[in-house]
Structure formats: structure tokens, C-alpha cells
Design a binder for this molecule. Structure first.
Ligand code: RTP
Ligand code: MG
Length: 140
């Protein structure tokens, strides 16, 4: 399998509870390398642009309000099959469905406040990385 990059976000519920290091340890223990990382605060408008595919969903307003409610840590993870590996480490969207040992099983508070985001495919990973990072900010 090829080396890939994926976009990860540690969401406001997790930064608020001081879980950035614990979550990063899960990524690193799984063989994912953090090749870019920054802590930022999104506006609701920016969160809406990031989650544009969900604009018509009933939870869109709640999602963008939550994502703008506190700091997030945006990061690029690199590794063999990084997109799928990251989603495996994250666990299912709803923490009650997430496998034992996954980030969402251990840390997520609800289906909305679920601690992490990860890109779902190579094309979205490329777009989402470019949304937050310039090439010079990613050091492999
Ligand atoms: P993500 O995009 O954040 O990595 O999560 P995902 O692929 O597992 O889930 P997705 O279906 O893409 O949904 C994006 C985010 O929207 C929130 N959500 N809330 N209240 C609800 O029913 C609901 N459903 C989804 C979650 O924060 C989810 O991660
Ligand atoms: Mg998604």
C-alpha cells in the first residue's frame, strides 16, 4: 500500500478536555506520522465551508456551531494507507458504535461532539489538506 496523507481535526470537545496529546499518541502508536499541525479557532462560516457537503443535512447548523465553539487542532497525518488507518483509529462516527480502543470509543461525548475528524477518500484528503495548509507547512 502506498504512503498517503490525510487531514485530521481534533475537535473542540477534545481540545477543551486537554486530550490533544492522548489523541496524538493513538495516531503515533498506529504508525501515523504528524507531518503538520496547528491550533486554530474557526468561524462558523469557515466551518461551513469545510463541511459544505453536509450543508443540507439537519445537523449542519449544530455541527458548524460546535466546530466554531473552541479551538481545534488541524493536522496532516502521513503513513501507509493513512486515510483508512486514521479512520480505523478514530472509530465509528457514533461513539456507541465505535470499537473498543478507538479514539471515539474512549473520548467522544456524542455523535456530534465526537472528538476527531478524518478525511474519507484520497480526493477529499487532498482538498481538505489544501483548505488548511500550504505545501511549505507540511514537513514529511
Ligand atoms: P468526520 O467527517 O467529522 O470525520 O466524521 P464522519 O465521516 O465519521 O461523519 P460524517 O457523516 O462525515 O459527519 C460529519 C460530522 O457531523 C457530525 N454529525 N452529527 N447529529 C448527528 O446525527 C450527526 N451526524 C454527524 C459529527 O461531528 C460527524 O463527525
Ligand atoms: Mg466525514
Amino acid at each position: 500500500m502506498a504512503t498517503e496523507r490525510t487531514l485530521s481535526i481534533i475537535k473542540p470537545d477534545a481540545t477543551k478536555r486537554n486530550l490533544t496529546g492522548a489523541i496524538n499518541k493513538k495516531f503515533e502508536d498506529a504508525g501515523l506520522r504528524i507531518v503538520a499541525q496547528k491550533r486554530i479557532r474557526l468561524t462558523e462560516e469557515q466551518a461551513g465551508r469545510f463541511y459544505d457537503v453536509h450543508r443540507e443535512r439537519p445537523f449542519f447548523g449544530e455541527l458548524t456551531e460546535f466546530m466554531a465553539s473552541g479551538p481545534v487542532v488541524v493536522q496532516v497525518l502521513e503513513g501507509e494507507g493513512a486515510i483508512a488507518k486514521n479512520r480505523e483509529v478514530m472509530g465509528a462516527t457514533n461513539p456507541s458504535d465505535a470499537a473498543e480502543g478507538t479514539i471515539r470509543a474512549e473520548f467522544a461525548e456524542s455523535v456530534g461532539e465526537n472528538s476527531v475528524h478524518g478525511s474519507d477518500a484520497p480526493e477529499t484528503a487532498k482538498e481538505e489538506i489544501a483548505f488548511f495548509f500550504s505545501g511549505l507547512e507540511i514537513v514529511g
